[in-house]
Design a protein around this ligand. Sequence first.
Ligand SMILES: Nc1ncnc2c1ncn2[C@@H]1O[C@H](COP(=O)(O)OP(=O)(O)O)[C@@H](O)[C@H]1O
Ligand SMILES: [Mg+2]
Length: 269
Amino acid sequence: MMAPSPSILPLELRDVSFEAGGKRLVKDFSCTFAGGKRSIVLGPNGAGKSLLLRLCHGLIRPSAGEVIWHGAGGGIDPASRQAMVFQRPVMLRRSVAANVDYALSLRGLDRSRRTALVDEALARAGLSRLAASPARVLSVGEQQKLALARVWALKPEVLFLDEPTASLDPSATHGVEEIIAAIHAAGTRIIMTTHDLGQARRLADEVLFLHRGRLLERATAEAFFAQPKNDLAQAFIRGELLWWRRGRDNLAARPGAPSEEGDPPCTVH
Ligand SMILES: Nc1ncnc2c1ncn2[C@@H]1O[C@H](COP(=O)(O)OP(=O)(O)O)[C@@H](O)[C@H]1O
Ligand SMILES: [Mg+2]
């Protein structure tokens, strides 16, 4: 089931910051992800969850600090062993099966091996009956399942998921959460963002709470949901609105950086 050893983990972020438009949007983020768990990155809109995942996955580069895949020695390319699923899936104008097949062909698998992997991934995602349908006619929930089938076929060691159910209704959310749980049970490390407390409770082994670009707390799910230590995390799990604090801590350390006055409130959904 698992990708061949050795592992690309642990993944370490060392004093990672990310700046854009004169603002530090991710601030001095340091943490290590080892194997096994499902980590849920939780926080209100604008906390920096998507940026953090993009930094981990290598889609954007840190302005300062380092993202290090410690296990990736001996010629292993970490990019080939990790995958990411976004809030809104992007489908090719091809059949459902061809979407999965294409992802496998990009990894250099020959056709004879691809066919079995495509069938297996579609079966696991509950999409076998739609294999020949054009992907673009699927419902959003089915498309997200297809996005998961597509990465599952690649058998990544690490899967990043950025709010994968944010556009879905409860029934589709349930289906997607089941697939994520099955991918994890098959041996893939899950690192996923959500602003949805209920989802974090259902899926998390551990929680990383982000607010305004900072990691404010990291705890086991049990400890976090019993009582977070951080006061903003406490407010968040009570369902309170977290307002942007005024101040200069969001500004890049450079003269003439814009003021934060007038920043909108940061709402909890
Ligand atoms: N390329 C960018 N340029 C300027 N601001 C950005 C950029 N990307 C994200 N931001 C801002 O950074 C903050 C964090 O964004 P994001 O990581 O998408 O938050 P989240 O996923 O937690 O909702 C937001 O205020 C967003 O508007
Ligand atoms: Mg986001």
